[in-house]
Design a protein around this ligand. Structure first.
Ligand code: XBP
Ligand code: MG
Length: 236
């Protein structure tokens, strides 16, 4: 079957948002709220096991601090503060797209392939990243931006991909996902969607045995490979 749609993950796939974006924003929010928590690069790598910022804070206090410092409502407030800082970082142009992402979006769009986003992060984080990197009208590339709390269960659950498929009215076989992490791959795979993984520093040693292809970045999904993908010819 010929490909109809490419579904992009955002964090770690479209941009290296985690280490220099989300992590920094979490730490700024902790400081602003008089919490003496500091998530260094190594600790953050361990915390990435849990997707979703609010969920990550909850996991940190339960499993690392081993006490409930913040209630669920306080976590929601702290996370709003984190989002505020993250948006400021994006608007300051601190987070570029990864190599080849812009080119792949433009090439697929030109070929008439529909584009979508399925991510765990907060919706405004996605739209701000798109605007700050691809311009004011960048959202127009995408048929749907499925993000954050729109579904009950975050990746590795299949919910966000199932939501995206239902919104588009496509079958899993019509689409391919681009992900950077094991959690994202499992999410897409459980929705039955074939996945290309583009690894990054935090994810390169994870298990990607369920992926169709594993690449270092989107630049490696060149014109020749894109043509094969569109024709439904990709295989491990
Ligand atoms: C991304 C995430 C996100 C960000 C934080 O996972 O786990 O939670 O780290 O975003 P994926 P929020 O790339 O697999 O979608 O703080 O807005 O939740
Ligand atoms: Mg990701």
């Amino acid at each position: 079957m010929n490909l109809k749609c490419i579904i992009f993950d955002v964090d770690g796939t479209m941009a290296d948002t985690e280490r220099d974006g989300h992590r920094v924003a979490f730490n700024l929010a902790f400081a602003e709220n008089d919490l003496k928590w500091v998530w260094d690069e190594n600790l953050y790598g361990q915390l990435l096991k849990i997707t979703g910022g609010k969920e990550r804070i909850g996991y940190y206090q339960n499993n690392f601090l081993k006490q409930e410092v913040l209630s669920d409502d306080e976590i929601i407030q702290l996370h709003k503060c984190k989002t505020k800082h993250y948006i400021k970082l994006l608007e300051a142009g601190k987070i570029p797209l990864r190599k080849g992402v812009k080119e792949l979006i433009e090439a697929a769009f030109k070929e008439g392939i529909r584009l979508a986003i399925a991510t765990t992060t907060t919706p405004i984080n996605v739209t701000t990243l798109l605007k700050s990197t691809l311009g004011e009208n960048a959202e127009n590339y995408f048929d749907v931006i499925a993000a954050g709390d729109i579904v009950a269960n975050k990746k590795p659950a299949a919910d966000i991909y199932n939501y995206t498929l239902a919104y588009l009215g496509f079958n899993a076989n019509d689409c391919i996902a681009i992900e950077d992490s094991n959690a994202g791959l499992l999410s897409a795979a459980q929705a039955g969607i074939k996945t290309i993984v583009t690894t990054n520093g935090y994810t390169k040693n994870q298990d990607f045995s369920k992926a169709e292809l594993v690449k270092s970045n989107c630049e490696e999904i060149n014109t020749e490979l894109l043509t094969q993908i569109i024709a439904g010819e990709i295989y491990v």
